[in-house]
Design a protein around this ligand. Structure first.
Ligand SMILES: *Cc1c(COP(=O)(O)O)cnc(C)c1O
Length: 367
């Protein structure tokens, strides 16, 4: 059996340290916004090369709080990839703004900067590039466009911890970058967690206030805030995991290179492409195949797990029926949703298992 992702084996690699972190928090007697959160924020900001990091409850809240703190709200439009995980769209809706989808470049699956202009209106206030599947979006043209039109940029980094764009780690290319520490992400906790990184200290302060009931001083509430704090315990676990992030990403990258080499020249398979200046961290290895369902079944019959990221485009979800975007409205995204398949990949996967997946795919293609 080759699982799609073995999260348990990843956590067990550091079992003793995680248990020690638990004991440290247990015995500290301080369980909300304590030293572990403060230290993790400092360590993750340093890792990302950002001035500030604010720990929050999860990746969706990170997106919502960043938009809210930037003043995005009702009547505003936000440019967002048509093929992202729905969380990016949901955050826009939760602050009362409207998502305006921008189609991706097929090879990289990331937002196509050349299509921003056509999506712009007098109401556009922000762009939300997503570093999908662990590959940085093309930030240089996106930032250029944003500055030219006075737009804020909130990057969704939930799948790209440690990825580099033009030699610099993601974390401060745009106005704010949001992170998720959901267990299956490249930097995953043992539960929910999230963060925002930014170089803007005033923005960071607004997010800090928003995550904690709109309060700087206990029982003094300046704005209508949330309860969205990164757990002290999850912060302690993340401090154990962060020093191994680069090692895990390097292992992911070696597996991706093996897939790219082993699957090249197979008819019917389209492989992911890496854009210039991008150093991806291979959160997912996503291929495209016209017979996606049959291929997935063939692999399943050999005990190989795959997942579809994602089966339904956000604009075709019942949640977004009110936008009135019918099937055919976003053809690039729709064709991707029909063809993508994510192969097994994780920092504890062996090369033998990678080779087994490659030969199972080769076998399917000659049948
Ligand atoms: C996982 C993910 C999120 C949401 O993170 P949660 O911590 O689960 O709320 C947001 N955006 C993208 C692209 C994701 O992959």
């Amino acid at each position: 059996m080759i699982p799609f992702l073995d999260v348990k084996s990843i956590q067990l690699e550091q079992a003793d340290e995680l248990k020690a972190a638990f004991s440290r928090v247990l015995e500290s007697g301080w369980y909300i916004l304590g030293n572990e959160v403060t230290q993790f924020e400092k360590e993750y900001a340093d890792y990302c090369g950002a001035k500030e990091c604010i720990g929050v409850a999860n990746g969706l809240d990170a997106l919502i709080l960043a938009l809210k703190a930037l003043g995005i709200g009702p009547g505003d439009e936000v440019l967002v990839p048509s093929n992202t995980y729905i969380a990016t769209w949901l955050a826009i809706s939760h602050v009362g703004a409207t998502p305006v989808p921008v189609e991706p470049v097929i090879g990289t699956s990331n937002m196509d900067p050349a299509l921003l202009k056509a999506a712009l209106s007098a109401r556009t206030k922000a762009i939300m590039p997503v570093h999908l599947y662990g590959q940085p979006a093309e930030m240089a043209p996106i930032m250029y466009f944003a500055r030219e039109h006075g737009l804020k940029v909130v990057e969704d980094g939930a799948q790209a911890h440690g990825a580099k764009y033009q030699g610099k780690r993601l974390g401060s290319h745009g106005d704010a970058v949001t992170w998720s520490f959901y267990p299956g992400k490249n930097l995953g906790a043992l539960g929910d967690g999230g963060a925002v990184t930014t170089n803007d200290s005033e923005l960071a302060e607004r997010i800090r206030v928003l995550r904690n009931y709109g309060s700087k001083v206990k029982y003094h509430n300046d704005v209508i805030g949330y309860n969205s704090r990164l757990d002290e315990l999850q912060a302690a676990f993340l401090r154990v995991k962060l020093p191994l992030l680069d090692t895990g990403n390097a292992r992911r990258s070696a597996i991706a290179m093996r897939y790219l080499d082993g699957l090249k020249d197979i008819p019917g398979i389209r492989l992911p492409q890496v854009a210039e200046g991008c150093e991806p961290v291979w959160h997912l290895f996503v291929i495209r195949h016209a017979q996606r369902q049959k291929l997935a079944q063939h692999l399943a019959s050999q005990g190989i797990g795959t997942v579809i990221h994602y089966p339904i485009a956000p604009h075709l979800q019942p949640a977004y029926a009110h936008l009135g975007l019918r099937a055919g409205a976003l053809p690039i995204s729709e064709s991707m949703h029909a063809e993508v398949l994510s192969l097994p990949l994780g920092p504890t996967m062996s090369f033998d298992d990678v080779d087994a997946v490659i030969s199972a795919i080769r076998q399917f293609s000659v049948e």
